[in-house]
Design a protein around this ligand. Structure first.
Ligand code: T4K
Length: 391
């Protein structure tokens, strides 16, 4: 079969204003194609497309340097990194986690035959509330799986203290935290393991991709065996591993993306600043401020719509933005605990999860990405503030 050529719009139908085409919650940051092609030429020449090739090795090294950590294992996506992290530490029984995340967080437990135990979140950060964790610990609890939601750090000291007291492992779903620092330390350096996602929708992307950050060479070795079918050598299989390796195309893109990441985060920061300026006097809309001692990555720009003050529901605002060609996302609605797989669990009862339930009803993530143009952001603000130029 002959491959079809892409359809290029005819002259008359060319888009004239950025407002004429849809704006989504994000748009992948991609480097200049010409620069990526140079990497592709190397792959074409050396014929190493996957299985720990030269770009994989180089990206692992450069990424560790960029993040200021010692041990990184690259993955084909963040979900398989999560599944493998739980395997690597032999987590079993029950794990305490948050219902306010992307489904992959809880699914990784389910795929490991581990029972998720949902605990409510903090009202300011939307992260797992350490004050409520102890009450959920049972003799079967083996670990905590919190999420640094929107890249905002969890209360890492309080969570670590609980884990030290009860002998639990601490695995962070750090999918949103690329480049975030807390007290000058990379946020992915906390806990026993941290997981990153390099999905196209993330601050840093390798199309799809992910990583586990560990703290010692033997744990990294075990993780590397597990992501490669359990192979420890040509003929030795030491564990029932999986295939979760990052390929050379992803690694090559990652290397190139490192060149642009600081610039991209700076552009996101400028957009976040403009949103904060534009929304600060809109009654009934709340947003998150920068946290003390944190270097943020501005991965998302969540707002909270208080229907009673704002005069409209979150979903009404979501619909109005859509009518203006702007597609925000209600991350994270519905709560994971409300999906059929999990809603029968005792901990999924909404009365246990009052803060998370309210957040899921109020939250709306506005578009934020490095190439977002001023005109579109102004339109978002016009709609949110009920100003006239919105349709
Ligand atoms: N843990 C957490 C806390 C996570 O947030 C995630 C992923 C994971 C674990 C798992 O990591 P990975 O296995 O994905 O590496 C998106 C992403 O697919 C997902 O990676 C992400 N979290 C989640 C928060 O968001 P959707 O269902 O919203 O994706 P989608 O395809 O609707 O994309 C959102 C918008 O982005 C689209 O409306 C348009 C734009 N977009 C998207 C893609 C994929 C583009 O412009 N280009 C693209 O290529 O889940």
């Amino acid at each position: 079969m002959v491959a079809r050529k892409p359809i290029i719009p005819e002259h008359g139908s060319l888009v004239t204003s950025p407002l004429d085409k849809p704006t989504y919650v994000t748009s992948p940051a991609l480097p200049p194609l010409s620069e990526f092609i140079e990497y592709l030429e190397v792959i074409w020449k050396n014929k190493q497309v996957t299985n720990q090739g030269p770009f994989h090795r180089q990206f692992e090294e450069e990424l560790a340097k960029y993040l200021g950590v010692q041990y990184i294992s690259l993955f084909t996506n963040g979900t398989l990194a999560l599944v493998t992290a739980l395997q690597a530490l032999r987590i079993t029984g029950e794990v305490i986690t948050t219902p306010f995340s992307f489904v992959a967080t809880t699914h990784s437990l389910w795929w490991n035959n581990i029972k998720p135990v949902f605990v409510d979140i903090e009202p300011d950060t939307f992260n797992l509330d350490p004050k409520r964790v102890e009450a959920a610990i049972t003799p079967r609890t083996t670990a905590l799986l919190p999420v640094h939601v929107y890249g905002n750090p969890c209360d890492v000291d309080a969570l670590q203290e609980i884990c030290d007291t009860y002998g639990l492992k601490l695995i962070y779903d750090a999918a949103h935290t690329f480049g975030v620092k807390f007290n000058e330390t990379s946020l992915v350096d906390f806990g026993d393991l941290s997981i990153l996602s390099f999905h196209g929708t993330k601050v840093f992307n390798t199309f799809e991709g992910g990583a586990i950050i560990s703290h010692d060479p033997s744990t990294k070795k075990r993780i590397d065996f597990l992501k490669n079918f359990g192979f420890a050598g040509e003929t030795a299989v030491v564990a029932p591993g999986i295939n979760a390796k990052m390929n050379e195309f992803q690694a090559a893109l990652g290397l190139l993306q490192l060149k642009y990441i600081d610039e991209n985060i700076a552009k996101r920061k400028a957009i976040a600043k403009k949103y904060r300026e534009g929304l600060k006097n809109v009654r009934g809309i709340r947003f998150m401020d920068d946290m003390p001692d944190v270097k943020h990555n501005y991965a998302y720009f969540p707002i909270l719509v208080d229907e009673e003050i704002y005069g409209k529901t979150r979903d009404e605002l979501y619909g109005e933005l859509k009518r203006n060609n702007i597609y925000g996302r209600r991350y994270f609605y519905p709560l994971i605990s409300s999906f059929p797989t999990y809603r029968g669990l005792e901990s999924a009862n909404p009365t246990n999860l009052a803060v998370a339930s309210r957040a899921a009803e109020q939250v709306l993530c506005l578009p934020i990405f490095p190439t977002m143009v001023h005109e579109v952001q102004e339109r978002v603000l016009d709609v949110c503030a009920n100003r006239d130029s919105a349709s």
